[in-house]
Design a protein around this ligand. Structure first.
Ligand SMILES: [Zn+2]
Ligand SMILES: [Zn+2]
Length: 138
């Protein structure tokens, strides 16, 4: 990894584990305190790092058997107590979105939902809009 970053910049955009593992506490697999989680573990718990840098480094599973070896595949550990909820829509939000979409996509004449939004002025599907008189007569 090229190191063009100067050490005095206030907040590094990305954490360079190669540089930081010298100062961050490291943990072997299975010895991590409960509140420390990898990005993947946070995501699995519905969380994301709360804008903070990793607070520790997790050595990879293979290195657990070689305590003196310098781990080449360390994982960043984040403090889950400072983590925030993932920004994914909740089921309720999705339902609201879907009903909003349904209103835009459902033909007011035949009531069939189309896979695309219908014209705002005339919420009818193409067959209804073009052959409306035929369908209305039937
Ligand atoms: Zn390793
Ligand atoms: Zn229609």
């Amino acid at each position: 990894m090229p190191s063009r970053r100067r050490t005095l910049t206030a907040v590094p955009a990305r954490v360079d584990l190669d540089k930081d593992r010298a100062v961050l506490p490291r943990y072997e697999h299975g010895t991590t305190p409960e509140f420390l989680m990898t990005f993947r573990q946070l995501a699995a718990a519905g969380l994301r790092p709360g804008g903070h840098d990793p607070v520790a480094v997790l050595r990879c599973r293979r290195c657990a058997y070689h305590p003196t070896r310098e781990c080449t595949r360390p994982a960043a550990l984040y403090d889950s107590r400072r983590a925030l909820p993932k920004r994914t829509p909740t089921l309720a939000q999705e339902a609201a979105l879907d009903s909003a979409m349904a209103a835009r996509q459902t033909c007011q004449q035949c009531g069939v939902r189309q896979p695309h939004c219908l014209p705002v002025a005339d919420r009818r599907c193409h067959p209804c809009a073009t052959g409306g008189s035929l369908a209305a007569a039937a």
